[in-house]
Design a protein around this ligand. Structure first.
Ligand code: UD1
Length: 348
């Protein structure tokens, strides 16, 4: 007997690939749709090898409506997990049109395909960035949404579309999971975060720096109203994020639109993170204090109580676990997924 079938958009990406692995290990059939922009087919390959299960993989853009419709015609899909999106804050300031176009057109095309196929259960990757410069910390789901950059606004707009959809069609079940700052890697060290180009996010930047691929970290902003002047974030282990998805899946489908913070409730400054990562990796992390990055905010820390109360979810892993796992992936795969000799099972 086969298990339920999940369509995972962005399943070759960082969080998507970890989620696919967890789904496969928990009895789901998995279909991945990914255009391989900022993601890698090698991640899907490794997920298959770790789980010893097969994934149906479609390399395509979500905006390609007819191809997407065909995927829904070819498979009996029970639930959709939608990860595929552009996600870099700084990049979104430079390319707003591309961010709105990609993140919203992809969603609309996906929802259209779901409606045609009669699939009404969706888990959506949202982001803490929708809160923007939050007034009160920690941030609850009812804190006002005040996004400060196009990436964040695209996530908020997506949530609004989904809420409207659930308002109109009372049998749709949509859960938006608002991740704080996901980082780390699967404990095997075989899959992890491997952005294309110079990493925009701080954790992959640190791992590549420690691996000798980069020279110096630019710390964006040292004059924030935080204890050491650098920005504070709630870094959450990617496997805790993944567990949030599984619990949201297991809780549903429940008609309506729901939103949950996935964060630890613990804030860490950039300099604290640098210290922790330096200890874990045993490497010096040269850094330079610089101006704030446009679109950034001072402090984002989650109140994760609602996800705990309604989904039974808690982040179990620490900042140290996150640094250790991120570093393990980088050490085992210094060139990430780009090193063809560095397949599963090979060790350096
Ligand atoms: C942003 C989103 C978050 C989303 C994530 C996905 C906001 C506020 N948050 O996280 O919701 O999940 O993108 O990618 O929009 N930093 C440096 N030097 C660097 C890189 C980063 O100092 O080279 C600093 C940043 O200024 C920030 C912190 O490190 O204070 C974390 O940055 P980053 O990893 O890029 O994530 P966010 O922008 O917080």
């Amino acid at each position: 007997m086969t298990g339920p079938t999940a369509l995972v958009t962005g399943g070759a990406g960082f969080i998507g690939s970890h989620c696919c692995l967890d789904l496969l290990l928990n009895g789901f059939e998995v279909i991945v749709v990914d255009n391989l922009v900022n993601s890698s087919a090698a991640a899907v390959e490794r997920v298959q090898r770790i789980s010893d299960k097969r994934v149906a993989f479609y390399q395509m853009d979500l905006a390609d409506q007819s191809s997407l419709d065909t995927v829904f015609e070819n498979h009996k899909i029970d639930v959709v997990l939608h990860f595929a999106a552009y996600k870099a804050v700084g990049d979104s300031m430079n390319r707003p049109l591309e961010y709105y176009s990609n993140n919203l057109a992809g969603l609309l095309s996906l929802l259209t395909a779901m409606r045609k196929a009669g699939i009404k259960h969706l888990i959506f990757s949202s982001s803490c960035s929708i809160y923007g410069d939050a007034e009160g910390l920690p941030i609850t789901e009812s804190s006002p949404a005040r996004p400060t950059n196009p990436y964040a606004r695209s996530k908020l707009m997506a949530e609004q579309i989904l809420a409207d959809l659930c308002g109109r069609y009372c049998d749709w079940s949509v859960t938006a999971l608002r991740y704080f700052n996901p980082a780390g890697a699967h404990e095997s060290g075989e899959i992890g975060e491997d952005p294309s180009g110079v990493p925009g996010n701080v954790v992959p930047y640190l791992t590549q720096l420690a691996a000798g691929r980069l020279d110096e970290l630019t710390v964006f902003g040292s004059d924030y109203p935080t204890p050491d002047g650098t920005a504070v974030r709630d870094y959450i282990h990617v496997m805790d994020v993944v567990e949030g998805h599984r619990l949201a899946l297991e809780a549903g489908p429940v008609p309506g639109f729901r939103k949950y913070n996935l964060g630890t409730g613990v804030g860490t400054s950039v300099l604290e993170l640098v210290r922790e990562f330096s200890e874990v990796s045993g490497r010096q992390i040269p850094y330079r204090l610089a101006a704030r990055r446009p679109g950034d905010v001072a402090e984002l820390v989650a109140c994760p109580d609602l996800a705990h109360a309604e989904l039974g979810w808690t982040a179990h892993r620490t900042l140290r676990d996150m640094c250790e796992d991120a570093w393990r992936f980088q050490k085992l795969h210094p060139l990430g997924y780009g090193d063809p000799t560095n397949m599963i099972g090979s060790r350096r």
